[in-house]
Ligand binder design. Sequence first.
Ligand SMILES: [Zn+2]
Length: 107
Amino acid sequence: MSFAQSLIDNVVRIAEEKGAKKVSKVVVEIGKLLMLNPEQLKFCYEVVSKGTIAENSELELIEVKPIIKCSICGKEYDTPFAICDCGGVLTVEGGKDAVIKKIEMEI
Ligand SMILES: [Zn+2]
């Protein structure tokens, strides 16, 4: 719920800065490593957006996969927190952030 709350706070702040009367759609990239449940997030978004200019807006989520690879040989993996066959430590790039990509609004 707190993630949805901070998301809506940001959306409303940005939209109001642009002088928007209403937000119709929000597109957010969410890293898979954040372990957010998209259905649950959409539900929470709906709840916290009530009474704001983003009420009834559509939330589109784009899941971003992290790039996990060995720091020594460069072999790619699906899960972090492991050691490569060569003994190298895996590094994780991306997949940990939530980024607002687009806000569609009526001005
Ligand atoms: Zn390796």
